[in-house]
Design a binder for this molecule. Structure first.
Ligand code: CA
Length: 245
């Protein structure tokens, strides 16, 4: 187990954020470079060499963002991501993957990762993704919106959804998808648009992910006794129709 300590800011670098970031990567040169690079941009960065060390660090102090390599010894990055999500750690997770791990990247998204970067990558690219994820997380946290769609109430700020007053148990991504659909009632949203809004991708990813999550949502809404609200518009995308009650 290797834990790299925080890298101090260089005097010449203008700090852009005091956010804390945990970099989980067993490849020491890559980890050190990422820790140092992010540290130079004003982030408070720690490193962990495996999933166990990462869990211990997150348990002590939850970071604002995780950079998580898929290929780790022992518990993989995907398993670690699943584990963190299952215990309610909902901070943004940026996955790192090797070029030939396309299947793993999709698995990572299903496991709850927010974005991924293919190795090797430029530090500027990593920095841009990190900044975007942190901005998005802050924007979500700052909103105080309650979206009402028929019997469905979505408290965006407290991340709570209810059907006729009963709590709907949703994963983070399911919640985000439902919130976006409900905030755009009777408007058909394409798969790519939903990927951008919910997953934040501006690059190629399996759009089947949207269908899978819509399926999860429908089952949960159905089980909660909500009327069928999310329609598939063949060849286009999905729409939430709150008026059909
Ligand atoms: Ca690795």
């Amino acid at each position: 187990m290797t834990v790299v300590s925080t890298t101090p800011n260089s005097p010449g670098a203008a700090p852009t954020s005091g956010a804390t970031i945990l970099v989980v990567e067993d490849d020491e040169p890559i980890r050190d470079a990422v820790v140092r690079g992010l540290g130079l941009h004003g982030y408070d960065v720690n490193g962990a060499g495996d999933a166990e060390a990462a869990l211990a660090t997150v348990g002590r102090r939850r970071p604002d963002l995780l950079v998580l390599d898929i290929g780790l010894p022992g518990m993989s990055g995907i398993e670690l991501c699943e584990r963190l999500r299952s215990v309610g750690v909902d901070v943004p997770i940026l996955m790192l993957s090797a070029r030939d791990q396309v299947g793993d990247r999709v698995a990572g998204l299903h496991a709850g990762a927010d974005d991924y970067l293919v190795k090797p990558f430029a530090l500027d690219e990593l920095l841009a993704r990190v900044q975007a994820l942190l901005r998005r997380a802050r924007a979500t946290a700052a909103s105080t919106e309650v979206v009402v769609a028929g019997p469905l109430w979505i408290d965006v700020d407290r991340r709570r959804a209810t059907v006729d007053g009963s709590h709907l148990d949703l994963s983070r991504r399911e919640f985000d998808l439902l919130a976006v659909l409900a905030a755009n009632p009777d408007i058909v949203l394409g798969r790519i648009r939903l990927l951008e809004l919910v997953w934040g991708y501006d690059f190629e990813v399996d759009t089947n992910v949207v269908d899978v999550f819509v399926g999860y949502l429908r089952r949960k809404l159905d089980a909660a006794g909500a009327p069928r609200m999310i329609d598939t518009v063949r060849g286009v995308g999905f729409v939430l129709r709150p008026g059909r009650v």
